[in-house]
Design a protein around this ligand. Sequence first.
Ligand SMILES: Nc1ncnc2c1ncn2[C@@H]1O[C@H](COP(=O)(O)OP(=O)(O)O)[C@@H](O)[C@H]1O
Ligand SMILES: [Mg+2]
Length: 226
Amino acid sequence: MTIYSLSRSFKTSVERTPRVLEVAESFGLGLSDKEFTLYDELELDIRASDVVYITGQSGSGKSMLLKDLAAEMRKDGLKVVDLNEVELKDKPVIELVGKNVTEATEILSRAGISDAWIFLRKPSELSDGQRYRLKLALVMEADADVWIADEFGAVLDRVTAKSVAYNMAKVARRQGKTFMVATTHDDMTEELAPSVFIEKLFNDRIEVLCERYEEEDPPQMLMAAE
Ligand SMILES: Nc1ncnc2c1ncn2[C@@H]1O[C@H](COP(=O)(O)OP(=O)(O)O)[C@@H](O)[C@H]1O
Ligand SMILES: [Mg+2]
């Protein structure tokens, strides 16, 4: 178990161009340097097998939180794979994951790619949504401890986003990975079944809900009657 302690604030300093001054005057905004805080000594207990679902409005600090958490986890020695950093080789999709065709199709289908014709295309020939799902497949394959996806499912329709969320969360839990997503969409609670749910509100406000179920008792061995 690791508790991560996170703080992040920014100065409000702005470059004083003529237009900046005009806007400041029109809207009555002071331009003296202040600080705004996104979170201050926020303590998060995040463990292997946790699904962490971060939601909140645009600009509330979700991406920052995900980035800071990832940095702390890397410092802690964990291997973190970030969906936004996945690079795609210029080869047919079926060549990009798995040790063989069977494994490749299995991983791709978990990421929501099951049309055979997509298997044969190269990443540059795919739609944004298809490319996104391919990246998710590579994230699952990267042999990392932690998977992170900012703007999770943003380029997918809601039905696909939810189905991919369900599959990835299931695989993550089964493989003991920590899966952390951030998105303004708050409609995936059922599919992700997160153990840590974080709603980032404006300024330094944040709500954290932790629902971790105790491990089930190991199945009892049946004793043979003597
Ligand atoms: N380098 C920076 N300097 C100043 N403010 C920043 C910087 N990076 C992000 N911010 C501010 O921090 C807030 C949170 O940003 P972000 O985490 O990207 O929000 P979200 O992902 O929830 O949309 C925003 O108000 C943004 O303008
Ligand atoms: Mg963001």
